[in-house]
Design a protein around this ligand. Structure first.
Ligand SMILES: [Mn+2]
Length: 371
């Protein structure tokens, strides 16, 4: 960390140059912000205010639908505004976090080059390099980690406890509890603010009440899922909120014997997908880009990625046709082209029956009742 110290100080000074003397900063995240995007924006706002006394507003397009993310906003009192209700001309500095200009997943008008871009997604976009300040670390598990380092290097010791909680959740959520696409820097960042985390609040965020229709959504997702040997594709059809597509991918990739999941759905006319793999060097980001070549935008990391095909891009294709194209491209990209589809639920039922406990595992009857 020490050899990086000067580097980090230089970064902070450069950032300071961009915002010095400015009155108000607009911080924009990707559409339908996830915990990492929310935490990074929340932390940047806090940094600007506490270090340089510059006010800012956090805004995004889309809907926050996932129960955890809504709980995060509520419990941590994150003031998230709708980008459509913001007059961008009122701001002298514009920052993008957890996304980049041209990535296709944010609603900053194309004509605007942001002043600040902070992100961890592959690829580094050409337009990002036009920003006065950009910090893209594709080896990091989360954008929250970058912000945590800024706060640490800015010498803010008694960091606001809600910000610390947000950052920890942002890092954990993007790295699946520090187990996926994680770098030592992500672990360091978590350790650094550990003492400031509000644990009870974090638990309430991670285990929120889910809406009544959540279970029926689960049922629909799983009963439609198709299995190709070790690959699952599932089409959720029309979804009420976007995050359910990623949530299902995360759930199903945990299934024994499943190495890849492509989860798709339609939201406000556009087709979205999430890609997950258990392979640590899965190049999911590159596969996502292959899927949308000539159709839309995609990107991500080795083990998780996503993308979007806007309806105006291929207006003569139905949702069904687009989904079929994406699935066919996906199966081809991971060399599972000629396999016959099986129903995921039938595969699951085949495994039903008594399972031998593994070494060291407690037998059912020895468990305390209710455990
Ligand atoms: Mn992220």
């Amino acid at each position: 960390m020490a050899q990086n110290g000067t580097n980090n100080q230089a970064r902070l000074e450069k950032l300071q140059d961009v915002i010095r003397g400015k009155r108000k900063v607009l911080i924009v995240t990707h559409n339908h912000p996830d915990p990492d995007a929310l935490a990074a924006a929340f932390a940047l706002k806090y940094l600007l205010q506490s270090k340089w006394k510059v006010g800012s507003i956090v805004a995004a397009s889309g809907v926050v639908g996932r129960a955890e993310n809504r709980a995060m906003i509520r419990h941590l009192k994150i003031d998230l505004r709708a980008l459509s209700e913001i007059n961008i001309n009122n701001f002298s500095v514009i920052a993008l976090v957890d996304t980049q200009p041209g990535a296709g997943n944010n609603s900053l008008p194309r004509s605007i080059i942001p002043d600040i871009v902070i992100d961890h997604h592959v690829p580094l976009r050409a337009k990002t390099q036009l920003a006065k300040y950009y910090d893209i670390r594709t080896d990091y598990g989360s954008t929250s980690t970058i912000l945590a380092e800024y706060l640490r290097d800015a010498g803010i010791v008694e960091i606001d406890r809600k910000v610390a909680t947000a950052l920890l959740y942002g890092i954990r959520s993007d790295t699946r509890d520090l187990g996926r696409g994680v770098s030592p820097k992500d672990v360091d960042a978590c350790m650094h603010f550990y003492q400031r985390v509000l644990w009870r609040l974090l638990s309430q965020i991670e285990h929120p009440e889910v809406p009544r229709d959540y279970l029926s959504m689960l049922e629909k997702a799983i009963s439609n899922a198709r299995l190709y040997k070790d690959v699952v594709t599932l089409d959720l059809g029309h979804v009420e909120h976007l995050e359910i597509i990623a949530e299902m991918a995360d759930l199903i990739v945990r299934t024994e014997g499943v190495k890849w999941v492509l989860s798709l759905g339609e939201f406000v006319g556009d087709v979205y997908f999430s890609l997950r793999t258990k392979k640590r060097r899965g190049s999911a980001d590159r596969i996502a880009q292959k899927l949308v070549a000539g159709l839309g935008t995609g990107g991500g990391h080795e083990m998780l990625a996503g993308g979007k095909v806007p309806s105006d891009e291929k207006p003569h294709h139905s949702h069904q046709e687009l989904t079929e194209i994406l699935v066919a491209r996906f199966l081809k990209a991971i060399k599972r082209k000629d396999l016959k589809a099986e129903n995921l639920l039938s595969y699951s039922r085949q495994a039903a029956g008594p399972r031998k406990p593994e070494a060291g595992e407690t037998h059912g009857e020895e468990k305390k009742p209710g455990s």
